[in-house]
Design a protein around this ligand. Structure first.
Ligand SMILES: [Zn+2]
Length: 420
């Protein structure tokens, strides 16, 4: 830099606070009832954080005098959306497979034609980090256009040490390219690669565990995930991965009880997991174990819809147990090619019977909780990151009720306004 733009180097601490006034707030703050609604509310943002959030009548006078003011004309503000379960980093797509199944092909025929997860592994491994980033950006941008400010991204289509590391590097790169908080999960225990067919234990020994060491050493891992299912890994196999995560001080989470009840959610709860996800075949007993451990139940209606699953997750049992419920897109090329958290909210209500309050909390506060970020984001409270979405709606229910409509006016990430 050769210019003399010294004025641009003003420390951010001296930047003017921003005051967002004349808004209706859904704070999701646990100290308030329900969605934590404040009619005629205001938010003051300073240094990327919320300095004040409450009724306009209680605004500190000093904040009003110094601030740059935006009148929101009665628009609604919610916390920025959190997509707490995605596989958005991947190569290729499975549209051909989708088409074949519609034409009557069996799963075996699809597999013989090179379909299934194997095809995603192949397409992902064919790309370098830049290629993976380029393939993932349109999906990420689609989510951001709905006010997403935090997203979780899993590995799991590399199934080799280098392949898994590459996916995680791509996820980290996405965070540098866009105004979004990215949380990574190491998911080498997603499927067994062809060369290890029938030898899950060897795959864990040779790839999953040493890969985790390496990814952790490079700072690429925020949490460790696995797929506990008859077609994937047993609880005993997952426990080996979780033990390793624990030794490294990393939190765990699990794809569990999606197609059968193997006891994955209970295992996750016994490790104090951040979340157990899918849960169609969860029992009331499992729900109680999760609630007791503070393990968030992440429901994924996109996968339920796309694979035409009939068994619904036991929402009533989760409520009765007092478990926290989050929702997410599960964006992935095979079973949930979904890049809309708004549509996910609608599906959660329509398919699973979640209330409007549960859907909105599930895509904000509970999503943040499922990522271990509840102290940082997910609600509108003083001291948290200024991550919020501003909506052109009359009532909050519209966010859940509409199908394929995006009423986002603008959103704010770490205090920075992002217009659509
Ligand atoms: Zn998943």
């Amino acid at each position: 830099m050769t210019g003399n733009n010294i004025s641009q180097h003003e420390p951010s601490g001296q930047a003017r606070p921003q005051l967002w006034r004349n808004a209706r707030l859904a704070t999701l703050d646990a100290s308030r009832q329900g969605l934590g609604i404040i009619e005629k509310g205001a938010i003051v943002v300073e240094d990327g954080c919320i300095a004040f959030c409450g009724p306009e009548a209680e605004l500190p006078v000093a904040a009003i005098e110094r601030a740059e003011i935006t009148d929101l004309e009665g628009r609604w503000i919610t916390p920025g959306l959190v997509d707490c379960h995605t596989h958005i980093v991947h190569g290729g797509n499975r549209a051909r497979e989708f088409e074949m199944r519609l034409e009557g092909a069996t799963y075996e025929e699809v597999a013989r034609a090179g379909g299934g997860i194997v095809s995603s592994v192949k397409a992902t491994n064919a790309l370098d980090v830049e290629g993976l980033v380029a393939a993932s950006l349109p999906r990420l941008d689609t989510l951001l256009a709905e006010g997403v400010t935090t997203i979780e991204i899993k590995s799991g289509y590399g199934l080799s040490i280098e392949g898994e590391l590459k996916m995680l590097r791509a996820a980290r790169q996405l965070e540098r390219l866009r105004p979004v908080r990215v949380v990574t999960s190491y998911l080498a225990a997603h499927a067994t690669p062809v060369e290890y067919k029938g030898r899950n234990g060897d795959y864990i020994t040779d790839v999953v565990l040493p890969g985790l060491d390496q990814a952790h050493a490079e700072g690429l891992v925020d949490a460790v995930d696995g797929f506990c299912e008859g077609i994937a890994f047993s609880t005993a196999e997952i426990a080996r991965v979780f033990d390793k995560a624990k030794a490294l001080g990393l939190p765990v989470k699990l794809h569990a009880e999606q197609l059968s009840d193997l006891g994955g959610a209970k295992l996750a709860a016994s490790y104090g997991a951040l979340s157990a996800d899918h849960l169609e075949y969860l029992t009331a007993d499992d729900a109680a174990a999760m609630a007791a451990a503070g393990t968030v139940a992440v429901l994924l209606p996109g996968a339920f819809y796309a694979i035409n699953e009939k068994q619904k997750p036991p929402v009533k049992a989760l409520r009765e147990a007092g478990a926290h419920i989050a929702i997410a897109t599960d964006c992935n090329p095979g079973t949930s090619p979904l890049t809309s958290l708004l549509l996910t909210m609608n599906m959660s209500a329509t398919l699973f019977g979640l209330t409007v309050e549960e859907c909105i909390a599930g895509a904000t506060r509970e999503g943040a909780r499922a990522l271990g970020l509840i102290d940082e984001t997910g609600t509108l409270e003083a001291g948290k990151s200024a991550d919020f979405a501003i909506w052109d709606i009359e009532s909050l229910a519209e966010l859940v009720y509409r199908i394929g409509f995006n009423p986002l006016h603008a959103h704010v990430f770490k205090g920075e306004r992002i217009d659509r």
